[in-house]
Design a protein around this ligand. Structure first.
Ligand code: ATP
Length: 293
């Protein structure tokens, strides 16, 4: 694997805010890398420095080992969080307009097929549903057949079905060999799409790795949850138990002895749930607050 893009100790200050506070990571060619974190964590600012549209206060971005050059915009694609589309333009006209900005362009029919645009080519871009608009914005990001595509919270605001459909598209983009760098605050999205994630909070990376390895590294194998009311009133909670959302949470390597222990002390096990920890649980453990605020 070769490193396609690298962030080296990026810092971005705004008056009174350290938006990005020393972020470093590498993205290998062909990988899908995710920056995962809550609103305001610094994901967009980091992405914009990697896109070359914001200058870091300090630190560097390297693409194929070199500083970002003049041709960089020809080989990367960007799906911004919010992109203004030209009024009174159809989907087809919009695609053609963006294609005209580049020397190299993707094969038009293939792009239309990939992003499922065939049925809406004649539609005014103001009349698109959320999912259709995101598909068009993805096609625009891919219009120059980029080696690397940046997707800034591509599924925020989509309903669950449209979100899943969009994930399918991103998987196809990857299968064609395009490297993907995305930001998200949906841990399920990161778990499904990303080979590696960096979890960002308050401008810093607090954990980085393959999603399943990160979770395994930080957690015993299972989480056991009981409704608050199931705990015997006369017993203090053990110090390692966590109370949240009306439930008591225990972490256990082995489920069976833990269940036996809960039964012995008189807990009501009828509402018990056993869950496998995920990135959301990891985020809470590392930061003490929830990923989605
Ligand atoms: P979101 O998911 O809401 O987009 P984010 O993780 O992408 O959040 P950023 O948009 O990078 O976070 O913002 C990081 C911090 O920097 C926030 O505190 C934000 O208010 C601040 N910030 C971002 N842009 C500016 C700016 N142009 N001027 C001042 N502060 C800014």
């Amino acid at each position: 694997m070769t490193t396609l893009i690298e962030a080296q100790n990026l810092v971005r200050l705004y008056p009174g805010v350290r938006a990005v506070d020393g972020i470093s990571f590498r993205v290998e060619s062909g990988q899908c890398f995710g920056l995962l974190g809550p609103n305001g964590a610094g994901k967009t600012t980091t992405l914009e420095m990697l896109e070359g549209i914001q200058t870091p206060t300090s630190g560097h971005v390297r693409f194929k080992g070199q500083p970002l050059g003049r041709d960089y915009r020809e080989v990367v694609g960007i799906q911004f969080q919010a992109t203004a589309l030209q009024d009174f333009q159809t989907v087809e006209e919009s695609l053609a307009m963006f294609a005209s900005l580049y020397r190299r362009t993707a094969e038009r029919e293939e792009l239309i097929r990939l992003c499922h645009l065939a049925d809406i080519l004649d539609r005014d871009t103001r009349k698109l549903s959320g999912g259709q608009r995101q598909r068009l914005l993805l096609a625009i990001a891919l219009v120059n057949a980029p080696e690397l595509v940046f997707l800034d919270e591509p599924t925020t605001g989509l309903d669950p079905q449209a979100r899943r459909n969009f994930w399918g598209l991103i998987e196809q983009v990857r299968r064609r060999g395009t490297t993907v760098l995305l930001t998200t605050h949906y841990m399920e999205e990161a778990e499904r799409l990303c080979d590696r994630v960096a979890i960002v909070d308050q401008g810093r990376i607090i954990a980085e790795g393959r999603p399943e390895e990160l979770v395994r590294e930080h957690f015993p194998s299972r989480i056991i949850r009981l409704p608050d009311s199931a705990w015997p009133a006369d017993r203090p909670l053990p110090p390692d138990a966590l109370e949240r959302n009306g439930e008591i949470e225990f972490h256990a390597e082995e489920v069976t002895p833990m269940l036996a222990e809960l039964e012995r002390i008189g807990a009501d096990l009828s509402g018990l749930r056993v869950a496998t920890p995920n990135l959301e649980d990891l985020f809470l453990k590392l930061t003490g607050h929830a990923l989605r605020t």
